[in-house]
Design a protein around this ligand. Structure first.
Ligand code: PGA
Length: 250
């Protein structure tokens, strides 16, 4: 089992052309030693992917989209396809983020089709799952996440896919689960991913933790068993914070 950790920054609906300076600043900390230990990917708004490509590539950073449409092209005003993200220079795409599930009514069935679209286009999907506060308090966290994995992860997916466990109540709140809860969920998630993919493939799948990852808690969260990196929201907007998180792997 040799999973290279991945730290992915999810900029959400933040970032203007001036923000490309943050990606440039990330490069100076992302030296040869750190590159050998952790893969670093920025998912800016789609408007910036093409503009960020040279800056990111020169520094060994990857780029990702935040969502994609299931179709490759067509009459879908305002949507962006996985093929378009790939064409702009992305190598990853986040699918099924809880904000998409809530704001756009995305079901796990939709997320699965988007994950398939990503794979079709040659992108690596980062498939997000996670329970709400009410579901955790009702003792349903494992069953909810288990079902989301079953319904969102395409059975025929290769082991290169990434799954991100993001408890909805931890996103943007400063709250995080205990390391014990993270360990339990990630071990469970790997079992459920194995049930989906089979053939021992789950051992290679990277399972990220996301939800209020900050420089101050990254070391503890990233050292939990079965945590193969982080999906970082707010703290990924500045080079200083996201690089402090990535250097947890140094
Ligand atoms: P956060 O967001 O780090 O700001 O909590 C994480 C995410 O939504 O991916």
């Amino acid at each position: 089992m040799n999973r290279c950790p991945l730290v992915a920054g999810n900029w959400k609906m933040n970032g203007l052309i001036v923000s490309l300076a943050e990606i440039a600043a990330m490069r100076t900390v992302y030296d040869v030693g750190l590159k050998a230990r952790v893969e670093l990917v920025v998912c800016p708004p789609a408007t910036l992917i093409g503009l960020a490509l040279d800056i990111a590539t020169q520094g060994g950073l990857g780029l990702g989209g935040q969502d994609c449409h299931a179709a490759a092209s067509g009459a879908h005003t305002g949507d962006i396809s996985a093929e378009m993200l790939k064409d702009a220079g992305a190598s990853y795409v986040i699918v099924g983020h809880s904000e998409r599930r809530t704001d756009h009514g995305e079901t796990s069935a939709i997320v699965r089709v988007k994950a398939k679209a990503a794979l079709r286009a040659g992108l690596t999907p980062i498939i997000c799952v996670g329970e709400t506060r009410a579901q955790r308090e009702a003792g349903e966290a494992l069953s909810v996440v288990g079902r989301q994995i079953e319904e969102s992860v395409p059975a025929e997916a290769p082991e290169t896919i990434v799954v991100a466990y993001e408890p909805v109540w931890a996103i943007g709140t400063g709250l995080t689960p205990t390391p014990e809860d993270v360990a339990q969920m990630h071990a469970f998630a790997r079992e459920r991913i194995e049930a989906q993919l089979g053939g021992g493939k789950s051992e290679s799948v990277r399972i990220l933790y996301g939800g209020s990852v900050k420089p101050g808690n990254a070391g503890e969260l990233m050292s939990v068993a079965n945590v193969d990196g982080a999906l970082v929201g707010g703290a990924s907007l500045t080079a200083k914070d996201v690089m402090a998180i990535a250097t947890a792997y140094r």
